[in-house]
Write a protein that binds this ligand. Structure first.
Ligand code: 4G3
Length: 217
């Protein structure tokens, strides 16, 4: 079972995603185990402070080191060998081959979702990997963590229900996109399903799909 812990100031953001059908099934079948850790609980003082102004001046607030250190230490008490992953625009780009490898490497993960205008640089001493889902800035790391987690969990052995759809589909080799697909009705708003797909000729269908598979840029 893959253990995934998530450190965040916004635990409620994960509810919908982690309870969606695929993630739910994966948890029910003990393929994955999620634990959400509320960073606020590790905040300092009666106000449970987690952020502060930057030394040297400048706009915005930074996540303070103490709450993040405590929360990461707490997560490591649950799972001492787990890899600590920080979602940040400066991280290594997340791509499908990484999702595949993280799904199959037997490692557990602690995802740290940053917020505000960044974090105290010293937390990097506890971080094993910095990951970015793309060249854009989000309000927090949560949406990035969800993206990374979703792409891993759907590839875990036992999640897709036995067939090989994860193997043949888009991006599985990093380049090929899947072929166009159709379902009923045969004619919709005057638009026809390609004849070959209705032919029952499996060799011709395979040829058509091969020909119509798009290559990514
Ligand atoms: C740390 C990840 C966290 C520093 C996080 C901003 C985009 C991504 C954050 C920082 C994020 C991404 C939170 N935005 N591209 N925002 O994966 O400057």
């Amino acid at each position: 079972m893959k253990k995934i812990q998530i450190i965040t100031l916004f635990p409620e953001m994960f509810e919908g995603v982690l309870n969606s059908s695929m993630m739910w099934k994966a948890q029910k079948e003990k393929v994955v185990d999620f634990r959400i850790i509320n960073l606020r609980e590790f905040g300092l003082g009666p106000r449970k402070q987690v952020d502060d102004t930057p030394y040297g001046g400048g706009d915005g607030m930074l996540l303070m080191p103490e709450p993040l250190f405590s929360a990461i230490k707490h997560a490591q008490e649950n799972d001492s060998k787990a890899k600590v992953v920080l979602l940040t625009p400066k991280g290594e780009r997340w791509v499908q081959p990484k999702a595949k490898s993280w799904a199959n490497n037997g490692d557990n993960y602690i995802f740290v979702c940053g917020r505000y205008e960044g974090y105290d640089e010293r937390i990097l001493t506890l971080v094993d990997k910095q990951i970015s889902i793309g060249d854009y800035v989000l309000t927090g790391g949560e949406l990035a963590a969800m993206t990374v987690i979703d792409s891993i969990v759907r590839l875990l052995p036992g999640v897709l229900g036995g067939e090989n759809s994860a193997e043949i589909e888009s991006f599985s080799d990093g380049k090929t996109l899947e072929y166009p697909q159709y379902t009923r009705p045969e004619v919709f708003e005057g638009l026809n399903v390609p004849k070959v797909l209705l032919s029952g000729n499996h060799a011709e269908i395979a040829k058509w799909r091969q020909k119509n598979s798009k290559k990514a840029k």
